[in-house]
Design a protein around this ligand. Structure first.
Ligand code: BYC
Length: 474
């Protein structure tokens, strides 16, 4: 089905044929816009931004570029096409036709998954709302806004499911999604990483590289869901998500590129000298990386989780690339390694695979993450600099699950409180690091100009040159 842009809410779900649902969503729409104006990008709502908007879910139409004022962006409801033949591929209902409606016995769990997913989307917009004021270029500003409007659309995607399939409590959950606030003491966002601050652009690039990648893996697990509307919704969200991770990976690559240039030019690796020259030294990058990686891997939940087992057995949330496994897709007798402390060291122990599904998804995520860090290292190697960025051990700096609160070094050694205390400043971004990075964050908003601490992109978006007018101010 094509997307109808004549409708108040663009969609490819034939919204017009269900007047009650349409009215309910049209009632939510102004509340969403109110939230956007209050919590969305600060000070930029009237600018014309060169944005991508989906005009169809097909490869030719989902990336249509034009100038748009953000509050006029057409947030819509788009599901990837379904064939009506899909089967449930795992768990106790394996082999049955995928559900087109919510199975009564799994309603509460399904709603909880959708609400948790939905909650992260507005949270990230709230976390990033001040960044437009300190953009390093118009190209980066455009990328930030692209990410923001699409996170808004991902909220719409979850709200559609809540309204369409969960009746009154779904509508109440949709309201609550606009009421929680990132970092709010009384009414915070659900998951911990979404209550952290994203205070500067280095944090933004790390967030889009690491935390949006959690989005990728969670969405891939939900794209396997036996609840077909969720699977189809998340499949389309994944197409948009890819760009967000690209913004992170290429953003950090450009920071590294610039630092390496200045290191070579001035023949120095002294962080203080490099800071004085206005670029971000590599040890600071490593400390930011350690923070964002460890906070993000907490998002996969506890290593051993009965919730995860229930979500899988009941067919709600599968594994990454579920259909590629040659096992029974039930996992009742399988085991999976998780970490425990044995005799003062981390040791791998077997847990029931069904209960260890959070850990398995975390491991899949880590493998994907490491490859991008390798690409960053190639830039450093190419510049002839003997420095390597590393991903810390997965037990480092954890706050969720049985490893929470343990003192583990980035190399995986169990250490004492005092060793932790004397090294923490080497391992995690300090207040001084953040203050230094903040000091670089002046707004560069002239067409074709880039802040000193970041290289221009080698290729910008939609084959436009780096000096394209990505944002027009009004
Ligand atoms: N922070 O049994 P457990 C994205 C709670 S990102 C706070 O291990 P479970 C995006 C947990 O809720 C992708 N609390 O939990 C990225 C539970 O609470 P109750 C988001 C946490 O259920 C960038 C208790 O601890 N999508 O899209 O197996 C920008 C016991 O834990 C945390 C999803 O997450 C935490 N980190 O696993 C924009 C997919 N972790 O029951 C967007 C949907 C756990 O005691 N969510 N808890 O009250 C899920 O599948 C699961 O909820 C989780 C948690 C994997 C997150």
């Amino acid at each position: 089905m094509t997307i109808t842009y004549a409708d108040k809410i663009p969609n490819n779900v034939d919204l017009g044929s269900d007047k009650v649902l349409q009215r309910a969503l049209e009632h939510w729409q102004p509340e969403f816009l109110e939230w956007w104006m209050e919590m969305g990008p600060e000070g930029s709502q009237t600018d014309d931004v060169y944005l991508r908007t989906a005009i169809s879910v097909h490869p030719s139409g989902w990336a249509h570029f034009d100038y748009v004022k953000m509050p006029d962006y057409r947030w819509g409801i788009f599901l990837a096409p379904g064939d009506g033949e899909r089967k449930i591929n795992f768990g106790d209902h394996r082999g049955e036709p995928a559900w087109q409606d919510v199975p009564g016995e799994h309603r509460a769990n399904l709603r909880r998954i959708i609400v948790t997913q939905g909650d992260t989307e507005p949270a990230s917009v709230e976390q990033q709302r001040h960044l437009g004021l300190t953009c390093p270029s118009l190209y980066d500003l455009r990328n930030l806004f692209q990410v923001n409007v699409e996170e808004g659309r991902h909220l719409w995607a979850m709200v559609y499911l809540l309204h369409r399939y969960f009746g009154r409590d779904g509508r109440e959950e949709a309201e609550a999604l606009l009421q929680r606030r990132s970092g709010d003491r009384d009414n915070p966002r659900i998951l911990s990483a979404f209550n952290e601050k994203t205070p500067d652009w280095l944090a933004f690039f790390m967030f889009t590289y690491f935390t949006d990648r959690d989005g990728k893996f969670q969405l891939l697990a939900l794209a396997e869901s036996g609840f077909d509307p969720l699977a189809r919704t998340t499949r389309f969200m994944l197409m948009e998500e890819a760009h967000h991770m690209y913004v992170g990976e290429s953003g950090i690559a450009r920071v590294i590129q610039r630092t390496c240039e200045v290191m070579a030019q001035h023949k120095t690796d002294d962080p203080a000298r490099l800071r004085a020259l206005g670029v971000i030294d590599l040890p600071t990058l490593q400390r930011y990386l350690n923070f964002h990686f460890s906070v993000t891997i907490d998002l996969f939940g506890a290593d051993v989780s009965s919730n995860a087992a229930t979500f899988y057995s009941s067919g709600l949330k599968g594994r990454y690339e579920e259909t590629k496994f040659a096992d029974d897709h039930l996992l009742r007798d399988a085991v999976y390694p998780v970490l425990q402390i044995v005799d003062g060291r981390l040791a791998s122990c077997e847990a029931p695979a069904l209960n260890a599904l959070n850990e398995k998804l975390r491991d899949d995520y880590i493998r994907d993450t490491v490859s991008g860090v390798g690409r960053w290292n190639r830039i450093i190697q190419k510049a002839g600099i003997p420095f390597e960025l590393t991903v810390p051990h997965k037990a480092f700096n954890r706050r969720i699950g049985p490893l929470a609160g343990l003192k583990i070094a980035p190399d995986g050694r169990v250490i004492s409180e005092s060793e932790w205390a004397s090294n923490e400043r080497e391992w995690l971004a300090t207040d001084e690091d953040r203050a230094f990075v903040a000091s670089l964050m002046g707004r560069v908003a002239v067409t074709g100009a880039y802040a000193n601490w970041i290289s221009p992109p080698t290729h910008a978006i939609n084959k436009r040159p780096a000096n394209f007018e990505f944002v027009r101010f009004n």
